[in-house]
Design a protein around this ligand. Structure first.
Ligand code: GDD
Ligand code: MN
Length: 375
């Protein structure tokens, strides 16, 4: 009797599943997570919520701190990522790990006002809304004490560019605090870039106007413990994302970055060549030496920028450098080979040259992804 009853209901008597998942990307937030979970508990009274901490193996032991809480409180879950870094990627993984109808993405450093969550949930539950953004730029919202004036200025420029280039009408596309219908975010997930900070901008521009959005005002708080991870590299990633989206995702942010590094390598090469020649080196030797200087510079830049989420260090970096030399040497052959095939008419030397360079870049990109920065 008992059994058939359970079947009728279709479910054993377990705890009710969450209605709202709060994704908390974290890197070195050990001091903040326990406080935040307490604040969520107070702010979300009456809501069936869960928190998913997505920690990129923080050296300060954030994972352990979060797991200790999870061991006592079933509403807290932890994803520990090893060998990967990146705010957007962490948010995407957190969203994909949720089964709740609504998911919020929120910084784990107490800068986001958790008392906004119930208001955001109410707004999201209305049929005409798919995404609610906690915005510093609508009436009533401010950047408060949370942003230095230089960053506020940078943030305004970044906003303006996003609005112009990507036709995004959001007032605050850089906000890292939002709530979305899970199924909508899940449908867009394959198009999102795991690199960089701008998950919201990525979501909205990938949706191409298909998301019904509401912005609610909020005040960005000052950070109390730990420090911000937004740095120049993150800014570079951001411009990469803007360009990739602007060109309709024909090429990935990674490929674009790889191309930019390659272009910088040309400059390095020419400077090195000039110096070697000034030093009375014989041309062929100088050209070869300059190639190695450029390849080395490309390797380190790619390791810092393009593959910062898979960065090689120690012995791995040395091995990586040598595989990169090997890959690029074959790349030169591909380049010259294709250029030769294309070179039929002297009037179109630039066409053959470009075709060769593109072929070389595509080869270097694909082969170094498979050999040097392989997963
Ligand atoms: N898992 C993971 N991996 N989490 C990360 C990483 C990472 O590589 N980098 C940062 N985080 C986490 C931090 O631990 C924090 O919880 C949150 O992401 C935001 O990082 P901060 O370093 O504190 O960023 P911020 O305060 O400078 O920037 C915030 O405000 C910007 C607007 O001014 C973020 O909300 C940005 O998304 C937002 O654009
Ligand atoms: Mn912060």
């Amino acid at each position: 009797m008992e059994d058939s009853k359970a079947k009728d209901v279709g479910m054993p008597a377990t705890a009710q599943s969450a209605e709202l998942s709060v994704i908390l990307p974290s890197f070195n937030e050990a001091a903040n997570i326990p406080i935040l979970v307490g604040l969520l508990d107070t702010a979300l009274k009456g809501v069936r919520w869960e928190a998913i901490v997505v920690d990129d193996n923080s050296p300060d032991g954030t994972t352990k701190v979060a797991r200790d809480i999870a061991a006592r409180d079933a509403r807290v879950r932890v994803i520990r990522r090893i060998g990967r870094r990146g705010l957007s990627g962490a948010c995407i993984e957190g969203i994909l790990a949720s089964s709740a109808p609504f998911v919020a993405v929120m910084d784990a450093d107490l800068q986001h006002d958790e008392t906004m969550l119930p208001k955001m949930l109410d707004a999201l539950k209305k049929d005409d809304t798919d995404l609610v953004v906690a915005s510093r730029k609508v009436d009533g919202g401010t950047v408060g004490e949370g942003l230095s004036s230089i960053r506020a200025w940078g943030s305004n420029i970044a906003n303006g560019l996003a609005q112009k280039l990507l036709n995004v009408t959001l007032k605050d596309p850089m906000s890292g605090f939002f709530m979305v219908r899970r199924e909508k975010a899940e449908a867009l997930a394959p198009q999102l870039s795991p690199q960089g900070f701008k998950i919201l901008l990525d979501l909205v521009s990938s949706a191409n106007g298909a998301l019904k959005i509401k912005e609610l005002p909020f005040t960005f708080r000052e950070r109390q413990h730990g420090e911000s991870k937004l740095d120049t590299l993150v800014t570079l990633d951001y411009f990469g994302l803007l360009l990739a989206k602007y060109f309709g995702d024909v090429v990935s942010v990674r490929f674009l970055m790889f191309g930019l590094v390659g272009a910088s390598g040309l400059v390095v090469h020419l400077v090195a060549l000039r110096l070697f020649l000034l030093g009375d080196m014989e041309f062929n030797l100088a050209q070869t030496a300059a190639s190695f200087v450029a390849m080395t510079s490309n390797f380190f830049l790619n390791n810092q920028l393009t593959y910062r989420d898979r960065r090689l260090s120690g012995v791995q970096a040395v091995i990586g450098l040598f595989t990169f030399y090997a890959v690029c040497s074959v790349g030169v052959l591909a380049n010259v080979g294709v250029a030769n095939l294309m070179y039929a008419d002297p009037a179109y030397w630039w066409f053959a040259g470009t075709a060769g360079a593109v072929m070389g870049a595509v080869w270097n990109y694909a082969a170094s992804a498979a050999l040097t920065w392989r997963k």
